[in-house]
Structure formats: structure tokens, C-alpha cells
Design a protein. Structure first.
Lengths: 501, 335
């Protein structure tokens, strides 16, 4: 294995926070022109590592080397000057500014002694950078109007504008559609050719195996292994991550399908979707598959009472129901685990037990007076059932990892004893252990006679968990598959509007 | 993949170190209040007289009772800048009703009803059209007081029925005025409402994350509407107290009070961004402001200087813990 010297290296780097050691004597080597994938479960220390590399945190011990020299990265500005740049999961961009303004924010080109801003030069450079990464964007366009994928291109262009040597991509694909991910891969390929050292953080294995050259595995804040991608298999990577072997990927159980739980007829929305008809039965996992923007989430939100302009009939347990608000939906036995966990699912600053009791305060507490003992009981029951990892039940949800936050959301809904649970991208951005726990749990739920509706963009998950798949395309239900008839090619073909028979 | 990890029992809550309680905002405020109290009692011999202290409470209780629901509204990420104008409009309405021969009980009913209508209007505009409350209530601040001016012009209502003066001037027992007793009672009720009811819990939830609160089945708009109505109703009640104490209504009554009310709430540790704060903090802040004003009054400090001192106090009390925290963090980093 011949390799040039590392452009960026960490040796024995340690970072502790009160009560936890987030990084424990880890090492990392990044080489020019190579993509290194950093894998690890949530809580393995990936985010801390990125923050340490970009000067947001200062390590408590160890050594950082850039091009062989020991350096200190005291603040983000120092990181920028060393040529280290990061593109985060939720990109930090300004919606009200133009593409150029975003790219040069805080780092404007000026001219003359008075330091007047040199807009023509900045627009020109922007055009050049965008052309380099094949991003057909107008430098003067405001970000507000761009798609998430396009915003990512802007973020990458911003990273390139500072002549970065090291580019960190922190879960860049979490919010992207299939097509946008392909574009991103193209950009990464070009960055590689330009000799940048790239650190790629993702939970998706298919991406690791397409994009990365090397891998580094962290587990619980420690270094767990590294090597060339060509020398490793997915199962081996997973084993390194979790230090236990994976026997089955999807814990799908065969459950007797029962009576229809919910029937939806002629659901229509003026702009988002039309002519939606389906039913879901007790013991059944029904998946809605489709590209981002195909109307899946909008249907679920409409059913949950979040959309005013919707018409149609819904029956739950054979009874017609009118759902005008989430409160109505919960009363009818329909609950919704939203896609945007942190914005819509949990209240980060409230403790776990208060998050879990929130939808049913009226049921738990007589006369409207709080009874914390009962709230704690409910939180403990469902928190333990979902194996939420926490030091106490009055821990703020914001202190938990993404996977545990998702468990809190699911626990909150189960505590209301629903008949139908809708999970919208339930495993987005959570680590593989938590993912498996969520899948396991879905199986348990249908076993208990619930009806589960899952919206997902991840094909393996859909194929692995669904009893039935409804494929959406541009607001219409285009095809329906049973578990037996679904093949990856046919499902993706239908979702992209292909006429594959 | 079976998760074989078993969990040891997770406690409901971790026990807090006693220092943790000591470092709370409320403790700090209480400390400042005690210091001001001691300073006042040393600075002037008239301060520690029970009747003087009782008189001093009249200067802030009317504002203070509005601060209670206002704290909940601000925790819920909304604000009402029209409270002083609601006082004016309620007062003018009482004046009209008194001219028509209505008795004290009727006047209270009129004032509170006008307050409810004003609060309902604020709340409906905010929730129904989704306009930020700061904009809506800047508008209604002018609107409500404007109506008061149109009705009353340069004149004044002074013919209030006998018995009406009790609300603003009467005593329940010894030095305890009706106003002060009412404030203390309401402070207890609002403490319970915010910290021990579903309603209070939902207020925090909405203030922290309105979207997630909505997705959790909370009727966010209805909740906000109730809070606006509550603030309106209690502004009407404050109008009864103030009008009764002054014995007259002019359209400029309670001018500029909305800022004093909000100052009390913010000084009490309620985040102006919503989501956090406590009723205890607000009540202590009320007393702190009352004591400072009273002490300065005894020392013959002119009103304008007093405003400057109150402003400086607000900024310093709020910034001291922030600055101290930052210094501590900087020192720890240097270690």
C-alpha cells in the first residue's frame, strides 16, 4: 500500500466534556486526492471530531498536524487559514443573500484603499467556481429560491473559494434526493481530482462503497480501525462499528394481516397531490416510496390534520372521522412521527418525560393539574421499552443523540396507544444501531395489532420492511407492489416516472 | 439485530448539587432585592415604617398584576404592547358607565369586559392572520388609546360612585391594601397555573418549539388566544385599580406602562425569545423594582433620574451573570 504523506493528521487527540469523553486518543490521516469515509454510530465522536478539526472545539490533548507540521486550531478562522473547511449536515447559509454573497460572506474581496467591496470580481470568481463543479446557478440568485441540493452546491463552492486543502463533508446526503446525491458524488469526484483531501461522514453504506477510497471507524469515541475500502466488506465495517456481528439486516416478521384500520378515499389537495385512495390493515406495514417532493409527506400531514385545503373521506376502524387538527387525529388513534425530528418531533429544551407526556397531558392529569409522578411512569415505561439511553428521565432531549431523540418521539406516540402510526423517514440521519432498533420496533408494533405506515426514501429499508408498497410520483399514486412482487428496479422505475412494466 | 444491552434502572432525575440551586437567576435576584432593602433601611430612617412600605406598593401593584399574565404570554413567544392602552380604553368605558349611573360592581364588569374584547381582538389578529404580535399590538396600542382620546378629548371623568374608591385606596387588613392583597393572591394563582397545570406546561412547549407543539396535538392558536384574552382581562382589572386610586380618568392614563410591565417580566428572568422563565422570578423582580423606586423617592431623587437608574439597573442586573459566566468560561479555557 503506497501512500503519499498525510496532509492532515490527528494523533492521540482527546476531548472531554463534563461527564463524558467524546474523543479518546483518536487518530486520523487524510491524504490528498483521496476520500476517507468516517463511519461510526451516533455518539461515536464524529461530530466532535469535525468541530475539533474546524476550530470550534479545542482538544484537551494530542497533536494536530497539517502537512507534517504541528499546528493549533484555536478558532474557525485559524482552520480556514490552514485550508480546512467543513460542509455540515444542515448547511449554514443565509437564505436572504445571493449565491455570491453566501460564498464570500465574511471573506469579501475588496479593492482600493478604502476597502470597497469588489462585486464584479466576486461574481466572476463565483461563476468560475460554479463552472468548476458544474453547478448551473446564477451568482445573483437568492438562496431562498434554491433547492436543498442547490444549496449544497453553494456550500461546496463556498468551501472551494478559500482554497481548501481539507474538505469535510458531514452527512451531506441526509437531506438529498436520489438525483441530487448523484450530482454530489460527481462533485466529490472532481474535488478528488483537484487533489483535495476529503473526509466523508455518512450513515449510508452504498455511498461509502461508491465514493470512498479509505475508511476510518470510530466507536464510542475511540479509534476502531482503518484501511482501504477495497479490502473491506459491509459486514466487516458494521462489525467494527458496533463490535458485534450482524445476523439479519431487517427484522421483518410475518404477522397475520387483520381488518382494515384506516381507509382513505378520494383525498385531494389543490397543488400537492390528487386522487389518493388506500387502506391499511391491522398488522400491516404499508410503505410510501417516491422521490423527495412526490407528495408523500404532504399526504401524511394532511391525514394528521395539518393541511386545511384537503378534501376526501377517511375512515378509522370503520367509523368516518373528521380530522381538522393533530389533536383530532390523536383522538382518532392516528399519530405521526415527522421527518424533521428536531423542528417538528421533539422539544429540545424540555426534559424527556415532558416530551413523552405532552400529547396526552389531558388524559394523564386530572383537573388539568400536573401529576409528575404519573408523567414519569409513562416516560419510564415507553423509554425503557424503546431502550432510550439517558442518565435520567428529566434529561433535556437536546442532550440526546439523534437516534435516541427519535426513540423519544416514537415513545411519545406509543404512549397515546394509537391504532395507526405514521413514520415519516424514521431512520433519516440516525446511526445503524438505532436504525435497527426502529425497524425491530416496527415489527413489534404490527405484532401488537397496530397498522404502520412508513414513508421512506431508502429503498433497502422499504423492500426490507414493507408488506405493501405504494409508489408516488408527482403527487399521484403510480403503482402498488406487494412484498413478493417488489423488485428494486421496478420500484425505482415507477418512482422516477418510468413506465417499466 | 437484537439489542442485547440491558439498562440499569434510569432515575427520574439526577440529584442536583446545592450550588446548582444557588446559581439560579431567582436566587441572584433575591439577593439583589435584599441588598436594596438593606441599603434603603440604612439610607433613610423613613423606609422601615410599615405604612410607608404599604404606600410604596401602590406604585407598582397595578403594573405588577399585568406582569403576571404577560410573563406567560412572553414565555409563549408572544407579546402585548397594548396593555397600557387597554387600561385607558377600559378606564374611559368605566367613566361613560359611571356617568350613566352604574355602580362599582358594574364598573368592574365593564372594565374587564372591555379588556377581554381588546385582548380577543389582539389574539384573533395574531392567530388568524399570522401577523407577529409585536406588530399587531403596536398597532392596537395606538388604536385603543386613540379611541379613548376620541371619546374623551381633553376632558376627564371624575364622577365615580362612592364605594368605587375601595379598589384602589381601600385596605383589607391593617397595612395590607386591597391592591396588594389582590396582587399577592393572583401571583399565587399564576404560579400554580404556570408551574403546576397542563396549561402552563403547554405554554412552555409552545414557547420552545411551536411547530413541535402543534405536531404534538396542542391547539397552539387557541392557547395563544386564551393568553391574549387573559392579558386583556387583567389589564381591564388594572384599569379598575388605577382609576379608583386616581379617582379620575384622562385619556393619557397609564401612558408608557407597557414598557414598565415588560421590564418587570424580563428582569424576572423570562427570556424575551420565549420558552423559559418562572413566576417566582417575576414576582421578585416586581418587588425589586418597587423597592428601588421607593428608596429613590425617599431620597428625593427626581423622576427623570429615577428612569435612568431603573434602565441602568435592568441592563446591569441582566448582564452581570452573563459577563460573569463568560469570564469564568474564558478562565477555564486558559487553564
Amino acid at each position: 500500500m503506497t501512500q503519499s504523506t498525510a496532509v492532515f493528521a490527528l494523533r492521540n487527540v482527546t476531548k472531554t466534556f463534563p461527564g463524558v469523553t467524546a474523543l479518546d486518543r483518536v487518530k486520523l490521516d487524510l491524504y490528498p486526492g483521496q476520500v476517507t469515509a468516517l463511519v461510526g454510530e451516533n455518539g461515536a465522536g464524529k461530530s466532535t471530531l469535525v468541530k475539533t478539526m474546524t476550530g470550534i472545539y479545542q482538544p484537551d490533548g494530542g497533536e494536530t498536524q497539517v502537512a507534517g507540521e504541528v499546528v493549533r486550531i484555536d478558532d474557525p478562522e485559524a482552520a480556514r487559514q490552514l485550508g480546512i473547511t467543513a460542509i455540515h449536515q444542515e448547511t449554514v447559509l443565509f437564505d436572504e443573500l445571493t449565491v455570491t454573497e453566501n460564498i464570500f460572506a465574511g471573506n469579501y474581496l475588496t479593492r482600493g484603499r478604502l476597502g470597497r467591496l469588489d462585486w464584479p470580481a466576486m461574481h466572476e470568481r463565483t461563476r468560475g467556481i460554479l463552472a468548476d463543479i458544474d453547478a448551473p446557478l446564477d451568482p445573483k440568485a437568492r438562496l431562498r429560491g434554491l433547492s436543498i441540493g442547490q444549496k449544497h452546491m453553494v456550500a461546496i463552492a463556498r468551501a472551494l473559494s478559500v482554497d481548501a486543502r481539507v474538505v469535510v463533508l458531514d452527512e451531506p446526503t441526509a437531506a438529498l434526493s436520489h438525483h441530487e446525491i448523484k450530482e454530489l458524488c460527481g462533485i466529490v469526484e472532481r474535488l478528488k481530482k483537484a487533489g483535495k483531501a476529503i473526509l466523508f461522514i455518512t450513515h449510508k453504506f452504498d455511498e461509502i462503497f461508491t465514493i470512498a477510497d479509505r475508511y476510518v471507524v470510530y466507536r464510542d469515541g475511540t479509534f476502531a480501525g482503518e484501511g482501504m475500502i477495497s479490502d473491506v466488506t459491509e459486514a466487516e465495517l458494521v462489525e467494527m462499528m458496533v463490535a458485534r456481528s450482524v445476523s439479519e439486516t431487517f427484522p421483518k416478521q410475518t404477522v397475520a394481516i387483520g381488518e382494515p384500520m384506516m381507509t382513505v378515499e378520494n383525498l385531494n389537495h389543490p397543488t400537492e397531490f390528487a386522487d389518493i385512495n388506500f387502506e391499511v390493515r391491522a398488522g400491516e406495514i404499508l410503505c410510501f416510496y417516491g422521490l423527495v417532493g412526490s407528495g408523500r409527506t404532504e399526504i401524511m400531514q394532511a391525514l394528521f390534520g395539518l393541511s386545511k385545503a384537503v378534501t376526501g373521506n377517511v375512515h378509522i376502524n370503520g367509523e368516518p372521522v373528521t380530522i381538522r387538527s393533530p389533536a383530532d387525529a390523536i383522538k382518532a388513534g392516528l399519530v405521526y412521527v415527522p421527518e424533521e425530528r428536531q423542528q417538528q418531533g421533539v422539544i429540545l429544551d424540555l426534559p424527556i418525560f415532558q416530551n413523552i407526556s405532552l400529547p396526552q397531558l389531558g388524559r394523564l392529569n386530572r383537573w388539568g393539574l400536573l401529576n409528575e409522578a404519573r408523567e414519569y411512569d409513562v416516560a419510564r415505561t415507553y423509554g425503557e421499552r424503546l431502550n432510550v439511553k439517558t442518565s435520567s428521565w428529566d434529561q433535556k432531549v437536546g442532550n440526546l443523540s439523534g437516534g435516541n431523540q427519535q426513540k423519544v418521539v416514537i415513545g411519545k406516540w406509543l404512549a397515546t396507544r394509537p391504532k395507526i402510526i405514521v413514520l415519516d423517514e424514521p431512520t433519516k440521519g440516525i446511526d445503524i444501531g438505532a436504525k435497527a432498533a426502529v425497524h425491530h420496533f416496527m415489527s413489534e408494533l404490527v405484532n401488537d395489532g397496530l397498522a404502520v405506515i412508513m414513508v421512506s426514501s431508502e429503498l433497502p429499508e422499504v423492500l426490507g420492511m414493507a408488506d405493501r408498497i405504494i409508489v408516488m410520483h408527482e403527487g399521484l399514486m403510480v403503482r402498488e407492489f406487494t412484498r413478493a412482487t417488489a423488485t428494486p428496479e421496478a420500484v425505482v422505475g415507477a418512482a422516477t416516472g418510468g413506465m417499466a412494466a | 439485530m437484537a439489542n442485547t444491552m440491558t439498562q440499569t434502572a434510569v432515575p427520574n432525575r439526577l440529584s442536583n448539587h446545592w450550588l446548582h440551586h444557588l446559581l439560579r437567576w431567582e436566587t441572584f435576584l433575591l439577593l439583589v432585592t435584599v441588598l436594596v432593602f438593606l441599603f434603603n433601611s440604612l439610607a433613610t430612617p423613613y423606609f422601615l415604617d410599615p405604612w410607608n412600605l404599604s404606600d410604596a406598593t401602590f406604585n407598582f401593584t397595578e403594573k405588577a398584576i399585568i406582569a403576571l399574565p404577560m410573563a406567560m404570554l412572553i414565555i409563549c413567544r408572544e407579546i402585548d404592547l397594548s396593555v397600557a392602552s387597554i387600561i385607558a380604553l377600559s378606564s374611559v368605558s368605566m367613566g361613560l358607565a359611571a356617568e350613566a349611573g352604574m355602580g362599582p360592581g358594574g364598573l368592574v364588569f365593564v372594565a374587564v369586559s372591555v379588556g377581554i374584547v381588546c385582548g380577543l381582538f389582539n389574539g384573533l389578529v395574531v392567530t388568524h392572520f399570522g401577523i407577529p404580535s409585536i406588530v399587531v399590538t403596536i398597532g392596537t396600542m395606538s388604536l385603543y388609546r386613540g379611541i379613548a382620546y376620541v371619546i374623551l378629548g381633553d376632558g376627564a371623568f371624575t364622577n365615580y360612585p362612592s364605594g368605587f374608591e375601595f379598589f384602589g385606596q381601600g385596605y383589607v387588613y391593617w397595612v395590607f391594601s386591597f391592591e396588594f392583597t389582590l396582587f399577592m393572591g393572583m401571583a399565587l394563582i399564576f404560579y400554580g397555573l404556570l408551574h403546576h397545570t397542563n396549561f402552563g406546561r403547554r405554554t412552555y412547549a409552545i414557547g420552545n418549539n411551536p411547530t413541535a407543539a402543534l405536531y404534538s396535538g396542542i391547539k397552539v392558536n387557541k392557547h395563544k388566544l386564551i393568553l391574549f384574552v387573559m392579558v386583556g382581562a387583567i389589564s381591564g382589572l388594572a384599569s379598575v385599580l388605577l382609576t379608583s386610586r386616581l379617582g379620575s380618568t384622562r385619556p393619557s392614563i397609564a401612558f408608557g406602562w407597557e414598557l414598565s410591565v415588560i421590564t418587570m417580566v424580563v428582569l424576572g428572568g423570562v427570556s424575551i425569545l420565549g420558552g423559559s422563565g418562572s413566576m417566582v422570578g417575576v414576582v421578585i423582580a416586581v418587588f425589586l423594582m418597587g423597592l428601588v423606586t421607593f428608596g429613590l423617592g425617599l431620597l428625593n431623587v427626581p423622576g427623570i433620574v429615577m428612569t435612568i437608574i431603573i434602565g441602568a439597573m435592568l441592563i446591569s442586573v441582566i448582564s452581570i451573570p452573563l459577563v460573569a459566566g463568560r469570564l469564568r468560561a474564558a478562565r477555564e479555557q486558559r487553564k
